[in-house]
Write a protein that binds this ligand. Sequence first.
Ligand code: SF4
Length: 484
Amino acid sequence: MSIRTNPFDDDKLKEECGVVGIYGVDQAAARTVLALHALQHRGQEAAGIVVFDGRQFNAHRALGHVADNFSSESVIARLKGFAAVGHVRYSTTGETVLRNVQPLFADLEFGGFAIGHNGNLTNAYALHRDLVRRGSLFQSTTDTEVITHLMATQLRGSVIDRLIHALQQVEGAYSLVAMTGDMVIGVRDPLGVRPLVLGKLGDGHILTSETCALDIVGAEYLRDIEPGELVVLDRSGVHSLRPFPSAPHRFCVFEYIYFARPDSVVEGSSVYEARKRIGAELAREFPVAADVVIPVPDSGVPAAIGFAAEARIPFELGIIRNHYVGRTFIEPTDHIRHLGVKLKHNANRAMIEGRRIVLIDDSIVRGTTSRKIVEMVRSVGAREVHMRISSPPTTHSCFYGIDTPERSQLLAAKNDVQAMAQIIGVDSLAFITIDGLYRAMGHSARDSRHPQFCDACFTGEYPTSLTDQGVGPPAQLSLLAETA
Ligand code: SF4
């Protein structure tokens, strides 16, 4: 469904989206652009902003990076207003076309309503089918539009009542920002799978997926939005509601391992520190005699620092990442594709030749990139290659807003660790255990009856029902291109 613009990123899980909502601040759009820059790692396929200036809504949505679409003065000048919602997207539901770019906007009975969503609903197809039967005409193929149709078909109540009524019918993961002419709204699903934080920005407030976006706009972090909490930002400040029955929290543990930016603080814990602790735990669980610890950049770096410190083995940058590959390299030939891994990563011979190395990476998805990286370090003379992974084996797909391949494509779904080591070509391979991961996150072990996190891609224990797995997607008009 998704257009892959950089084929060498294919062997990573992909975060779906990042969201921003600002109320009560001049030039809200310009600040939203800055915040979206900080969230770019959460979605690189499209970006959008909707603003309200007290009289009307204005929107700009486009495929591509934030910098590609929000750098021109004329775009920002058109987006005047004191309230804004913004979104960066990586699609897991719906094609990558303009009509799916968020924030979505609808004219409802009470007026304009814009909404941006991080997460994925697990009963959207079933709800979509019912809504279409009752006469709803969908404009996009995203799961998020189900929420606006559920609001539209609720004939009574305030905006908030209608939103709550809609959310009471959905299952899955959502951190939402929404906007009407009077307010900006933030909501986290009752399990709190995806992050959402609140900050103070000048005389107003800001909601965003990660604290790194607060830093870039100069906002002060106030708190995380609680799982199951709905907040309203309006002229009189911040109002908090708890409209859903309380449920055990199941924050996505993979946010700590890979998705969130290392300079963010998520649910009270520094992502960077968490990754270092995971690396140290990995070193305790699976020590190895080696001369040097080398991260697979960039995401393997903090875990490798933690591993090296615990194992008392020197840490070196033995693989150098080219940060400028970006999206310029589209549709390579097979021959070029084979060379492609060197376009993004190159071995630093001076740190590798003749040495026993430990490679640290955050995950193995299909295993294709790992195999090429191992070939690369062997080609410059590594004497032994050991690989340590700072997540347990990824054996199941995610249905909560992370793009994972079909289960059959996951290397760990079909192979044990020994077989994976052979396929990747390493002398030894080990993954942190699930209990080791929980220890690194400050728990004595995983509570098997009430796990403290969502860890379904490692355990197969999904915290919600997966209604759509038995339903399948609705018939869709497939638009491969669309212009603004
Ligand atoms: S299945 Fe994995 S990636 Fe998806 S929300 Fe759960 S822990 Fe996160």
